[in-house]
Design a protein around this ligand. Sequence first.
Ligand SMILES: Cc1ncc(C[n+]2csc(CCOP(=O)(O)OP(=O)(O)O)c2C)c(N)n1
Ligand SMILES: [Mg+2]
Length: 370
Amino acid sequence: MGHTPMHTTAGKGVELSPWLPSQVPVSLLSPHDRAANGTYGEPSPESLLTAYRKMVLGRRFDEQATALARQGRLAVHPSSLGQEACQVGAALALRAADWLFPTYRDCVALVSRGIDPVEALTLLRGDAHCGYDPLRHRTAPQCTPLATHAAHATGLAHAERLKGADTVALALVGDGATSEGDFHEALNLAGVLRAPVVFLVQNNRYAISVPLSAQCAAPGLAYKGVGYGVRAEQVDGNDAAAVLAVLTTAIEDARAGGGPWLVEAHTYRLGPHTSADDPSRYRPAEEAEHWRRRDPITRLESALRERGVLTPEAAESATAEAEAYAADLRARFAEDPDLTPLALFDHVFASPPPHLTEQRAALRAELEGR
Ligand SMILES: Cc1ncc(C[n+]2csc(CCOP(=O)(O)OP(=O)(O)O)c2C)c(N)n1
Ligand SMILES: [Mg+2]
């Protein structure tokens, strides 16, 4: 696609259409408007089956993590329930050498990338580090400060291109995070550098208890791209086929030199903000019910069954695989982690400043009972 930025010249208008998203979200499983689907080819039956298995696995993992939080084995759990199509789509659209920049919400994206589930939950278990090796998995630590990782993704994408690699970076961002200054700075820089970075906004309608309408007046979050020269699209975020198709197009276009993309996925957080929240206090039950009927797993499952791609045996085997995965996670969480307090100082500075060296020595002396 590769659009070149055009600036307004006196007396001449600017053709905005190349930058703007489709008027209605792209949907392949239940298309409202086929024109909106444009050039996004339907993913292969094999890749949709893979997405289905990973979504079933991801949901079971997520339910298990919520249970572990209730048992006090995790400090808290920000569930991905309802957002599996976005997170699995993101993981599957990336190549192994690409980089993922996730938030606290995105554990299902982590395990879908092949990160060990115990490692994916390590941070929430009270460890100071992210639990997995970011370099090995080409996955940044889960980011809790909203949107700061959008700038990191832009910087990494730009740096990789300077090194001659064809890496793409994908940053997962929440709807609330698109109101943060860091998000706008990252988009601006990405547009100027034409960095190979894709921002996927999981618009789940809420930033904790704040509905989108109370914190953003834009006609849609995808429209935030045009102001920065970032190509934008919007997609039905509960339609795994559409998410996979749009993200694959965006990622491959960015890789080919087409510049950055902003993709808004319309979805819904079916559970609480975290295991410490009660969403019934701020959102109507009918709203959650409406979205429950658009469950991304049920929708993909029905479509694949109708097409004869998913047999009852294959569905059962996906469920059995997910059960075994959860059982293994439970077993490995039954023991307390072996925390090493001194590790707090690792991986922060290549050459630690003197005051940290001193603090490390003091902690060591305390641990040794000196
Ligand atoms: C810079 C910053 N400000 C405030 C917070 C507190 N906070 C944590 S999650 C959250 C809501 C984020 O909402 P959204 O971006 O929509 O993501 P979601 O939790 O819905 O996935 C807020 C305000 C934070 N983590 N970082
Ligand atoms: Mg949100």
